[in-house]
Design a protein around this ligand. Structure first.
Ligand SMILES: Cc1cc2nc3c(=O)[nH]c(=O)nc-3n(C[C@H](O)[C@H](O)[C@H](O)COP(=O)(O)O)c2cc1C
Length: 310
């Protein structure tokens, strides 16, 4: 069996990589001696990710997951990022050196519920890459409310959110992709309100819906907690995506979880304030802490069957 086939047999493992709105936009072209990772335009988020920042981060995180799973399988695989549009997994002289395993990749998940009180400063977590900045959660509470109002009040991101929400367990896509009511921590009533409000767009926007929807996240940062900002250090944001996954896996090793709050950098006004606060370009921003409850496991598309294009 070639290394390509052996890694392909582990596709379910590296598909646990995170992606914005859980779109899983990666395409995989399994060739004789390389695997080409591209993206599916039908799974892009042009409205909420107009500059492709999240797409690049997601691709980088996916690549890191592939390298970790390959190393775990005893395969010597590296990645070639010279082409801006695709990433190639190629044979390497040595196994990728990483402290993480396929089990770490599989266990990682976003935790959107409550965290126990207490700050987590970057210096208290050993093994992290550079480029992370701590901000006390309360300092961003007002900006999060503003960013949420922007998110729910701006047509294109609101439409994409509606498209990728999976609020009904009877939806055939419920176990495949997108953001489920459970993953978002919504009860049935909240799920109905959110679904109805987004369906009623743009009328709900004129009736003050964005402010009402944004109110539901108002308490999220009003506690003695921490937000971390991953800042740009590399010319290629896909390298930052690799760093993002390593950060989340390192946190998990210490019993800590992450909850991205990308709206803070999607909304132009709050993005500018955050950049000023951290003195760098913010690429990802997430709450960090110890979850009170076990986070939900998100859905994934089935791996591609050998012989079928992806
Ligand atoms: C670049 C990027 C941005 C993300 N932004 C958000 C976000 O703003 N809010 C959120 O709740 N989750 C965000 N996520 C997390 C995804 O929604 C999550 O990875 C996906 O739903 C799969 O869930 P899992 O990571 O728990 O497996 C982001 C993930 C990535 C890679």
């Amino acid at each position: 069996m070639s290394w390509v086939d052996r890694l392909r047999a582990r596709e379910t493992d590296f598909r646990r990589a995170p992606s914005a709105h859980n779109t899983q936009p990666w395409t995989l072209d399994y060739r004789a001696d390389e695997i080409v990772i591209g993206t599916d335009p039908a799974r892009a988020l042009p409205g909420s990710d107009p500059h492709g920042r999240d797409l690049a981060l997601g691709l980088g995180a996916f690549t890191e997951a592939c390298l970790i799973v390959a190393a775990d399988a005893g395969l010597s695989v590296g990645c070639d990022l010279r082409d801006r549009r695709r990433i190639r997994l190629v044979p390497a002289a040595n196994r990728y050196v990483t402290p993480f395993t396929a089990a770490d990749v599989a266990a990682r998940r976003v935790a959107r519920g409550a965290y126990t009180s207490g700050k987590v400063v970057v210096e208290s977590v050993p093994g992290l890459d550079a480029g992370l900045v701590h901000v006390p959660s309360r300092a961003l509470a007002r900006d999060l409310a503003a960013a949420d109002r922007w998110l729910f009040g701006t047509a294109a991101p609101a439409r994409e959110l509606r498209e990728w929400l999976r609020l009904n367990p009877a939806d055939p896509r419920y176990h495949q992709d997108g953001l489920t009511d459970r993953a978002l921590g919504l009860n049935r009533f909240e799920a109905r309100v959110l679904g109805g409000a987004l369906r009623a767009y743009p009328m709900m926007s004129r009736l003050g819906g964005p402010a009402l929807l944004a109110a539901s996240g108002r308490g999220l940062l009003r506690y003695d907690g921490s937000v971390w900002v991953l800042t740009a250090r590399e010319a290629d944001p896909r390298q930052a995506g690799r760093r993002l996954l390593r950060t989340w896996l390192t946190l998990a090793r210490h019993g800590l979880a992450a909850h991205p709050l990308s709206q803070l950098i999607d909304c132009p006004a709050t993005a500018a304030r955050l950049a000023g606060r951290v003195g760098a370009v913010p690429l990802a921003v997430f709450r960090v802490g110890r979850p009170v409850r076990e986070p939900v496991r998100s859905a994934r598309l089935a791996p591609s069957a050998p012989g079928s294009p992806r």
